[in-house]
Design a protein around this ligand. Structure first.
Ligand code: RIB
Ligand code: CA
Length: 313
């Protein structure tokens, strides 16, 4: 079975960390590198978190590169309220011994993508600043990236940062605009589907029974965001936003996709960061991306749970 190879561009973050675990628990994929961007937490903290999670998993060969510490134009925003002071909720990991790759994220992405043109995907689960910068500095990657799977946006669903905008896109709508119009084929995995894939309290109890450092990490990190979502948005569970974007790459059977004209409003104002699809293609434009609009939610959560339990043994 040919593995799907990918670079994970991320702002770890609780569901980002769960995505790293899901990738390491899935023999169908090969995570070639992790690149860090400002988002849930500052980029420096996100780098520490990614290295710590890899050490927790005794996986220290995967390069982790520091990326953009702020959006293209807008000021820095983070999501401490959702992911906690460290970005990993109630979980506490030892400071990592391993060091980041000396290259900037943009250089690492360029090197790996151009080394094997057409072979590497990018799974982007934070603001799209690193990807936009790579496209602008090295436009030759446009024909070399196999596909980008983006956790971000909301099509027929309300936002989670403003009534209109989802966090990753809202953080850097200009970067999203660059990526959506770059010519790189992409799949958007928006809140429409990610807010359906909820890890519940009883799911966490099953994982907790494993009683290992990995299960402890999963439970303590997920519980933090579960409490936030139930108090702030009446979402009853830990939304597996980012793991679902990874699943879109190697478990596409779970999702109902539509090929659409997809765009984002980058302008200041009430709809800044709003993503939308032109379902009637009023302007007769060429479709530029796929959007996941429905999901077999519990089937995904069960698959995720099975693999988290397996690695927690
Ligand atoms: O809106 C959800 C997204 O924003 C997820 O990627 C989460 O990790 C945060 O980055
Ligand atoms: Ca994220």
């Amino acid at each position: 079975m040919k593995k799907e190879r990918f670079i994970l561009d991320t702002d770890p973050g609780i569901d980002d960390a769960l995505t790293i675990l899901y990738a390491l628990a899935s023999p169908e994929v090969k995570m070639e590198a992790i690149t860090i961007v400002n988002g849930n937490c500052p980029m420096e903290q996100g780098t520490i978190n990614a290295l710590s999670v890899l050490e927790l998993m005794k996986t220290t060969h995967i390069p982790v590169a520091k990326g953009m510490a702020r959006p293209l134009l807008l000021p820095v925003i983070n999501a401490e309220v959702t992911h906690g002071k460290t970005g990993l909720g109630y979980a506490e990991l030892p400071a990592p011994m391993i060091k980041p790759d000396p290259r900037h994220a943009v250089e690492l992405i360029r090197d790996l993508v151009l080394q094997d043109p057409g072979e590497l995907n990018i799974v982007a689960i934070g603001p799209l600043t690193n990807i936009a910068m790579t496209v602008r500095l090295y436009p030759e990657i446009v024909g070399a990236v196999k596909h980008i799977y983006i956790m971000g946006g909301a099509i027929n669903h309300c936002g989670n940062m403003t009534p209109q905008a989802e966090f990753n896109i809202y953080c850097d709508p200009h970067a999203a605009h660059v990526v959506f119009h770059s010519g790189i084929p992409f799949t958007l995995v928006p809140l429409d589907v990610t807010y359906q894939v909820l890890l519940t309290g009883s799911d966490l109890l099953k994982i907790e029974e494993c009683n290992t450092p990995i299960s402890d990490f999963i439970v303590k990190s997920s519980r933090y965001v579960m409490e936030y979502l139930s108090e702030s948005q009446e979402v009853m569970g830990c939304a597996l936003n980012d793991p679902l974007a990874l699943a879109a790459m190697f478990q596409p059977d779970l999702l109902t996709m539509q090929h659409l004209v997809i765009d984002v409003d980058p302008n200041e104002g009430v709809s800044m960061g709003k993503t939308f699809a032109d379902f009637y293609n009023y302007d007769k434009k060429k479709e530029n991306g796929f959007a996941a609009l429905d999901v077999q939610a519990r089937l995904f959560v069960e698959r995720f749970l099975e693999r988290m339990t397996y690695i927690s043994q």
